[in-house]
Unconditional design. Structure first.
Length: 292
């Protein structure tokens, strides 16, 4: 769990919020409320944002190392702090500093992870004693991925992403992630997928079996994301990255979330590093990570 790694020193919490990838992602149907039911297997990886959260006597303030991110109530980390104080009735505040390493709007739940870290850190700083279910309930108000980011690890997510079933930890493996310099609208992908022809869907049960067996080769070959069909059609560069990863030694490669980040599972660090170097000439945001 995210809270297990938070450091408390006096009135300060130091937290890492980790990126996630989707080993599988299937969009099942549009719900009457406009959301979509999904079935996906999520995995935490070692790329993280660093958050420093200080107790204050009043108000919430936020700063980041990226000038284009909002430093007000439009930032999901700010929203998380506000939700915490309103729910608990604690009339205090906090100062949040975020050093972003996870690419923004990349399909890696960077913002959701920040919100999860703020909820967990404030719960510890202010001795609120909120249990995990309550933290996840508050997180769900902020975004469907926030409860998963609170729990972390390997998990099956259903509903809109909030129904979580923990799975055995994925065997350690080396993963290369490449995020092209394009923006993808999650809303537009969901809109398009309702009318898209999906050629193949993830074998979720097969992936769960591969995870339970510790069979990384089977996990890699079973990577699947139905959103990829739609997003690659809009942005062919994503397909190009995925194919290049396979040509450079990946055992399997797929887009994460609604994109545009593509990740591949590699047999070893040496092969992943060679692939990394071939991408680094063209793309700024290229990372070698491990499962977490």
């Amino acid at each position: 769990m995210l809270a297990d790694e938070i450091i408390i020193t006096g009135g300060r919490a130091i937290a890492r919020s980790y990126a996630k990838i989707n080993l599988t992602l299937d969009v099942l149907r549009r719900r009457p409320d406009g959301y979509h039911d999904v079935e996906m297997i999520m995995q935490t990886v070692s790329l993280f944002d660093l958050l420093i959260i200080d107790k204050t006597y009043n108000d919430i303030s936020i700063s980041t190392n990226l000038k284009f991110l909002p430093n007000n109530e439009k930032n999901i980390a700010y929203m998380a702090a506000k939700e915490f104080f309103e729910y608990t009735g604690i009339s205090r505040g906090c100062k949040i500093m975020i050093h972003k390493n996870i690419p923004v709007a990349a399909g890696l739940a960077g913002g959701s992870g920040n919100a999860a870290a703020v909820l967990c850190a404030l719960n510890m700083l202010y001795n609120a004693h909120l249990d995990t279910d309550t933290l996840c309930m508050l997180g769900l108000k902020l975004g469907a991925d926030v409860p998963y980011c609170i729990l972390g690890g390997t998990a099956l997510a259903e509903g809109i992403g909030e129904k979580l079933t923990p799975l055995p930890p994925l065997e350690p493996c080396t993963i290369l992630m490449v995020k092209p310099a394009i923006n993808v609208s999650t809303g537009s992908i969901y809109e398009a997928i309702d009318s898209a022809e999906i050629a193949g869907r993830p074998d979720t049960e097969g992936m769960i079996h591969a995870i339970r067996q510790g069979d990384i080769a089977a996990v890699a070959s079973g990577l699947s994301n139905v959103m990829g069909t739609v997003t690659e059609g809009m942005h062919p560069i994503i397909r190009g990255i995925r194919k290049k990863m396979m040509m450079n030694g990946a055992m399997g490669a797929v887009m994460s979330g609604s994109g545009p980040t593509v990740f591949g599972i590699f047999p070893d660090f040496k092969t992943a590093k060679a692939a990394h170097d071939s991408f680094a000439y063209q793309f700024k945001e290229v990372f070698i990570v491990t499962t977490k």
